[in-house]
Each structure stands twice: as structure tokens, then as C-alpha cells.
Design a protein around this ligand. Structure first.
Ligand code: HEM
Length: 394
């Protein structure tokens, strides 16, 4: 079969892995002519590229919109910075996400999940994605230092910003409008919190008080930092929790072991993050010519890191296409690696595990309503964004 890949080819979206396998075998550095860019699919290549600070830069953005469609430079926030700025800016909030800090909030996370889950148990149906999304928004609101209602409002803008038209690559006019509205709204919040600062250990307090190399952060930098943390804090955990339930349902033998031994639940979330890795189409700009697999990727071109492909690479994982909750990963790429590795990975794992523990403990028998599952694929994300389950009401 002739190999053809485009990040905008909608025919690939429900099941991209056969084409990813073909790319790994036949063209591990795949050139996408229309976009004058490259796509990497092998675990080792993405791992090495993520570590290579000289050849690849995040300073032109990391999403397709920024890398091939936008002419404007991306906002000056740590997600789109290289050293030394990256460390200085990420460092403003990084301590809150350290493994031992995150472990301290487990009881709080459980209380949040239980409060949301309790009324749903009476109804006989719930959407695992929605439960998880609401949990993640509640928690990221506290980290940022915003009210839940404010974060819900921002999430509404993000949902509109994400909407795409079939056949049209990139942000739509409605998406641009939503982004502009989010900008205005968040600037008003910054003004409000400048006059009346929120909780002491919140990101807003850190950003408002920060001085880096003698400079305060601009309101636009704080705006985009808020926007980015709401996105990253609430996009991927719901997809991974939803897919955890989906794949458990598809593998009743593994579900049976988990029901008997809840200590295996952390492994379910970890395996779902590998098997159906949810971040999509992230990449970098090439800062100096790089030779890979006999081809030269030129300075100024862009390269996509297809994490979902790498996480199912047989060169790295035994039986990579098998969903196996007991799998031990030698190296983990589900949360990225190198400088831009996921800031929220410990929070993500805690949220995912607690949600799954509470669901499985409260509803040991349920059925996934297959017709209601909705799969999405876009510039930022892929996975199940609706995962309804049916059960006997309490
Ligand atoms: C299952 C859940 C998650 C997955 C699979 C995931 C995955 C990733 C990946 C692959 C990257 C690297 C991106 C790149 O190469 O450019 C990343 C970065 C990032 N993630 Fe996550 N993530 C998850 C949850 C979270 C959560 C809950 C937060 C909230 C705190 C978060 C915040 C971030 C941030 C801020 C970055 C950028 C780090 C930087 O540029 O230095 N993520 N994530």
C-alpha cells in the first residue's frame, strides 16, 4: 500500500495506528510535502529529539497551528521557550507539581471525586469523561488560584476555540473569536486579582509577583499562562480516564483482575496513557540541520513528534499493540521527555488513579454504552471525549 500521511487527513482519525506502523517501517522520518515538514513515529527518534536542545526549538510554538499555519510568533511562556528562559519561567510554578507535593493532596482529590460521583450513583448512568473533566477543572482552578466558575468559563472558550470545520486546517473564525473573548475575560481576572490576590501558593500570585532578569511578566504572558494551564490541566486526564474504562471493558479478563486487586488500578491509567496516548501532533521547529535515517531535516522546517505512534512502537515495547495493565515500561514517553516533559504528570496520575478507584469501588458492575462513545482527533488531542456507562442505580 502506498504510504500517505497528512496530519489533516480525516480518514486516519479513528484509527491512525496502521499508517503509523507503516511510517515506522518504511519512512521513520516522513516528509510531508504540502507542509514542508517532517513527522517522527519511532520511540527512539522522538526520545532523542526531545533531548536534543541544539537541533530542535520550542520557541516557534509546538502545535501545528503555530508551526505551519500562523505567521505570528507564539506567546512568550515556558511551553514555547528554550533554555535558559524555559527553566526560569517553568520554575515559577514547578514546585507545586513535584511528586511529593502532589502526594499530599490525595485526600483532597478523593473528596472532590466523591462529591461529584455521589449524586451520579443514584442515576444509573454517568459519563466518565465528564466526571473526570469536572474533577480536573476543580483541581487546576485551585492550583492557578481561580474560582471554579472562572475556570469553567475559560473552559467554555477553549471548547469553542478547539472547534474545527471539516476540510479546513487550523483555527476557524469562531475559534479566533473565542480566543479573543478568552483574552478579554482573563485580562479582567488578572486586574481583579492584582487588586485582591488569591491564595498565597497559587500560580496567579507567583506570576503577578515574578521578576525575571529584572522584568515583570506582562499581562499577556500571564493571560497565556492561565489559558495554557487550564488547557493542559483539563484536556488529557479525562481522555485517559475515559480510555482506561473503554479498554478495561474491551478486556474483561484484565477487568476481572483489577476488580479483585485495586492496587492494579494505577497500571490501568498508565497503560491507557501509552496505548491511546492523548496529546496529538505536537512538534518543534528545526534549529540546525539534522540527519536522520539518511535524510536531512533542514533548519527552519518543522517536525511533528507523533507520540501516539511512538507509544506503540514494537522496537521499544514487547507486544506494543496489546493492552496490558501489568506492563512495566523501561522508558515512558506518554508524558514526553527532555526539557518539556509534562509538568503535571504526577497530578495526572493521581487524578486518574483516584477517579478509577472511586468508580470501580462504587460501581463494580457496569456496561459501556458503546453508541454513546465519541472519539475526537485534532491538532492537540485524540481519544474518547464521551464515555457513558450504565449501571444499577443505588
Ligand atoms: C494523562 C494526562 C497527560 C498526558 C498524557 C500529558 C502529556 C504531555 C506531553 C506528551 C507533554 C510534552 C509536550 C511537548 O513535547 O511539547 C506535556 C507537557 C506539558 N504538560 Fe502534560 N500531560 C498530561 C496531563 C497534564 C496535566 C494534568 C497538566 C497540568 C498541570 C499538564 C501540564 C503540562 C504542561 C504545562 C506541559 C508543558 C511543559 C513544558 O513545556 O515545559 N499535563 N504533557
Amino acid at each position: 500500500m502506498t504510504l500517505r500521511y497528512s496530519p489533516y487527513d480525516e480518514s486516519l482519525w479513528s484509527d491512525p495506528w496502521p499508517v503509523y506502523k507503516q511510517m515506522q517501517a518504511e519512512a521513520p522520518a516522513y516528509y510531508i510535502e504540502d507542509l514542508d515538514c517532517w513527522a517522527l513515529t519511532r520511540f527512539e527518534d522522538i526520545w532523542q529529539a526531545s533531548m536534543d536542545r541544539q537541533s530542535f526549538t520550542a520557541s516557534h510554538g509546538t502545535s501545528p497551528d503555530a508551526l505551519f499555519l500562523a505567521s505570528e510568533p507564539p506567546p512568550h511562556v515556558f511551553l514555547f521557550m528554550d533554555p535558559p528562559d524555559h527553566g526560569k519561567h517553568r520554575g515559577l510554578i514547578a514546585r507545586s507539581y513535584l511528586k511529593d507535593k502532589i502526594a499530599l493532596i490525595e485526600d483532597h482529590v478523593r473528596r472532590v471525586v466523591r462529591k461529584l460521583l455521589e449524586p451520579m450513583l443514584e442515576q444509573g448512568e454517568l459519563d466518565v469523561y465528564a466526571l473526570s473533566s469536572r474533577t480536573a477543572l476543580d483541581l487546576i482552578a485551585a492550583f492557578i488560584g481561580l474560582e471554579l466558575e472562572e475556570v469553567l468559563q475559560i473552559r467554555g472558550y477553549i471548547n469553542r476555540f478547539y472547534q474545527r470545520e471539516s476540510g479546513v486546517p487550523g483555527t476557524t473564525e469562531a475559534g479566533v473569536r473565542a480566543f479573543t473573548e478568552a483574552h478579554g475575560y482573563i485580562l479582567r481576572l488578572i486586574d481583579k486579582y492584582r487588586r485582591r490576590p488569591p491564595a498565597e501558593h497559587s500560580h496567579i500570585v507567583s506570576w503577578l509577583g515574578a521578576e525575571i532578569d529584572g522584568q515583570r511578566l506582562s499581562d499577556d504572558q500571564i493571560f497565556f499562562s492561565v489559558f495554557a494551564m487550564v488547557i493542559t490541566g483539563s484536556d488529557t486526564v479525562p481522555l485517559t480516564t475515559a480510555s482506561s474504562i473503554y479498554y478495561l471493558d474491551k478486556h474483561p479478563d484484565q477487568f476481572a483482575i483489577v476488580r479483585d486487586d485495586h492496587a492494579l488500578i494505577a497500571g490501568v491509567f498508565e497503560e491507557a496513557a501509552r496505548y491511546d496516548q492523548p496529546t496529538n501532533l505536537l512538534g518543534r521547529r528545526i534549529a540546525q540541520d539534522v540527519e536522520l535515517h539518511g535524510q536531512v531535516m533542514r533548519e527552519g522546517q518543522s517536525v511533528l513528534f507523533l507520540y501516539a505512534a511512538a507509544c506503540r512502537d514494537d522496537r521499544e515495547f514487547d507486544a506494543a499493540d496489546k493492552f496490558d495493565i501489568t506492563r512495566k515500561q523501561r522508558r515512558n514517553l506518554s508524558f514526553g521527555t527532555g526539557l518539556h516533559f509534562c509538568l503535571g504528570q504526577h497530578l495526572a496520575r493521581l487524578e486518574g488513579r483516584v477517579i478509577l478507584e472511586e468508580l470501580i469501588a462504587s460501581i463494580p458492575e457496569f456496561e459501556v454504552e458503546q453508541g454513546g462513545c465519541k472519539r475526537i482527533f485534532g491538532e492537540f488531542l485524540q481519544g474518547y471525549a464521551a464515555m457513558p456507562i450504565l449501571f444499577r442505580p443505588r
